[in-house]
Design a protein around this ligand. Structure first.
Ligand code: AMP
Ligand code: ZN
Length: 135
């Protein structure tokens, strides 16, 4: 498949591999937010989390935890942020599922999310829209 991350899994494009097992592959992001910023991907091509079958998810989370602990210790970080963009509107650029595992340092100055406040009654309305859409 003509996908940059599929090519990385197959070794057709070089990467700095951090970890791999039967189903998952982790490698350094080429443009790190902080040193040690790692991408962890399923070896099989899925567009993003929304398209992944349930049976892949347990193993994915286990691999994410394993790699997160290694990053924390390996680069002597103070914390870990885990982020995934799903769909271009959310900032997804590479259309092969990937979590970013980002080592965080005290006072690294990163502010991820500008927050807002709900108006009176709005939170309940939004909550109902979401719960009514649960499958
Ligand atoms: P996203 O914006 O969430 O789709 O993230 C895509 C990420 O892939 C970016 O952080 C890029 O720096 C990273 N990236 C793109 N090409 C490569 C590559 N060849 N090796 C490592 N990381 C890459
Ligand atoms: Zn792919």
């Amino acid at each position: 498949m003509d996908c940059i991350f599929c090519k990385i899994v197959r070794g057709e494009i070089p990467s700095n591999k951090v970890y791999e097992n039967k189903n998952f592959f982790a490698f350094l992001d080429i443009g790190p937010v902080n040193r040690g910023h790692t991408l962890i991907i399923p070896k099989k091509h899925y567009k993003n989390l929304l398209e992944m079958p349930e049976e892949e998810l347990k193993g994915y989370m286990e691999a994410i935890q394993k790699v997160s602990k290694a990053i924390l210790q390996g680069v002597n970080a103070d914390g870990i942020s885990i982020n995934m963009s799903n769909e271009p509107a959310a900032g997804q650029v590479v259309m092969h599922a990937h979590f970013h595992i980002i080592p965080r340092l005290k006072n690294d100055g990163l502010k991820l999310w500008p927050q807002s406040r709900y108006k009176e009654g709005e939170a309940e309305e939004i909550k109902n829209k979401i719960t009514n859409s649960l499958e």
